[in-house]
Design a protein around this ligand. Structure first.
Ligand code: SAH
Ligand code: SF4
Ligand code: F3S
Length: 440
């Protein structure tokens, strides 16, 4: 029997990294590792990193520096870097921080067990290939441990869109969709383990075109309808979508599939057609607004969410105003806004940059508008009864918290419910970060 070793994984970045970290922990479980919540008693530390903005990438090096003391105390400690920084910087990471033993890119996780064995033999291990094999198939396991009520499931990975600011097509590679039968098997396994809500993940999840059990080409909507038939699965969500891949059948599913939740994250990035063109987004502000009209015609109460970049190279005040106008027109329930961050190797990095102070000012103005919309939508929930999937106890004794169909955090005092229950909750108060409700 192998001796039990401890693995500490720290995850940065998007939900796909969260999913990947779970799969890596499972894969290393086969090597005798169990997860620990602190780096202090770990035999292996794995940072699953994000390269999307400069700050995210730099964080990795400061974090690695902090492990120096631990490694000095425990020379057998192995330190690994996975994720998008690993893919983007490869060997450079080991050069900048020699205490790193292992660097593994997102498409090579199935090789982790061999790589770990190599580090045990005192060698460094590096793999940032884009192999042809399906890493998820190779990482296949039938874990039986009970899980919480919600789970992520990656169905598509990579991106062929090459927005001028974005590293994802370089760090995650070309678009690949997983076959339908594997996704269904994994979904059923999750449901057996207590999961009631699955969020399908992909960098461009609505560009999903996996092969069906009959060999036919599936759309995301078709996959959702297959998942709709999985008994015990109560809620389906997906993220992140690209406006150009919102197909008619997917829009229609929002109106007709009861398990598909009324929430859609649909990044637009800017409201200025000039900037959208410079971003290589291949949609306009108007085509985005018309698309949302069609989605709302199918599902009038859908809650819209989006992503924005301010201070993209050459963005003028007039361009920024167009973004504010678009936000006004949409009325977002949630939206994430970022100051443009120059990413080496992307086309926009070469262009003339907006003054940082100007970009900061725009970010503040945009965030103020988004916060106003978010709050007013949350306040509009007061008096409504919404279904909540309860996930865990809240901060106060007797309190239970979960998410509404619209993904609002909701907590209920003295609720006679347990994690995994779905119950109608009457919203009585809108706080800053969550809604308070009662079960009548
Ligand atoms: N695939 C998704 C999201 C990709 S990354 C999509 O197409 O929308 C998540 C978000 O990070 C993006 O939507 C964008 O708003 C932001 N982002 C990406 N690159 C960035 C950069 N260089 N600077 C600032 N924000 C960026
Ligand atoms: Fe990045 Fe654009 Fe691809 Fe989204 S669609 S991952 S923003 S290149
Ligand atoms: Fe970051 Fe990679 Fe996700 S760059 S946002 S972890 S795809």
């Amino acid at each position: 029997m192998t001796t039990q070793k401890k693995l500490f994984i720290k995850t940065y970045g998007c939900q796909m990294n969260v999913y990947d970290s779970e799969r890596m922990a499972e894969a290393l479980g086969g090597q005798g590792y169990v997860e620990t919540q602190t780096p202090d008693d770990a035999d292996m530390i794995l940072l699953n990193t994000c390269h999307i903005r400069e700050k995210a990438a730099e964080k990795v090096y400061s974090e690695l520096g902090r492990f120096k003391g631990l490694k000095a105390e425990k020379p057998d400690l192995k330190i690994g870097v996975a994720g998008c920084v690993a893919q983007a910087e490869g060997q450079e990471i080991m050069r900048r921080q020699p205490l790193v033993d292992l660097v593994v890119g997102p498409q090579s996780y199935h090789r982790l067990p061999e790589m770990e064995a190599k580090t045990q033999a005192g060698e460094k291990a590096l793999d940032t290939d884009f192999p042809k094999e399906d890493k998820f198939e190779k990482l296949k396991s039938r874990p039986r441990a009970q899980r919480g009520p919600t789970a992520f499931l990656t169905v598509q990975e990579g991106c062929d869109k090459f927005c001028a600011f974005c590293v994802v097509p370089y760090t995650r590679g070309a678009e690949v969709s997983r076959p339908v039968d594997r996704i269904l098997t994994e979904a059923r396994n999750l449901v057996e383990r207590g999961v009631r809500e699955i969020t399908l993940l992909g960098q461009n999840v609505n560009a999903y075109h996996g092969v069906g059990p009959d060999g036919s080409d599936y759309t995301l909507a078709k996959l959702i309808w297959d998942l709709d038939r999985v008994d015990g699965l109560e809620r389906i969500r997906f993220t992140t979508s690209h406006p150009n891949d919102m197909t008619d059948d997917l829009i229609e599913a929002h109106g007709t599939c009861a398990k598909l939740m009324p929430y859609l994250h649909l990044p637009v990035q800017s409201g200025s057609d000039r900037i959208l063109k410079r971003m290589n987004r291949s949609h306009t502000a108007d085509s985005y607004l018309r698309l949302i009209e069609r989605i709302r015609a199918a599902r009038p109460d859908i809650l819209m969410s989006g992503d924005f970049i301010v201070g993209f190279p050459e963005e003028t005040e007039a361009d920024f105003q167009a973004t504010l106008d678009l936000v006004e027109a949409v009325n977002y329930g949630y939206a994430y806004s970022f100051k443009y961050s120059t990413r080496p190797g992307t086309p926009a990095a070469e262009r003339s940059q907006v003054e940082p102070a100007e970009a900061d000012d725009r970010l503040q103005r945009l965030q103020a508008l988004i916060t106003r919309q978010q709050r007013s939508i949350q306040e509009g929930m007061v008096g409504q009864t919404v279904n909540v999937l309860f996930e865990k106890p809240g901060r106060l004794p007797g309190q239970m918290g979960g998410k509404s169909d619209y993904l609002h955090a909701v907590h209920v005092a003295n609720a006679n419910v347990k994690a995994g229950d779905i119950a109608p909750v009457r919203i009585v108060e809108a706080g800053v970060n969550s809604l308070a409700g009662v079960i009548d």
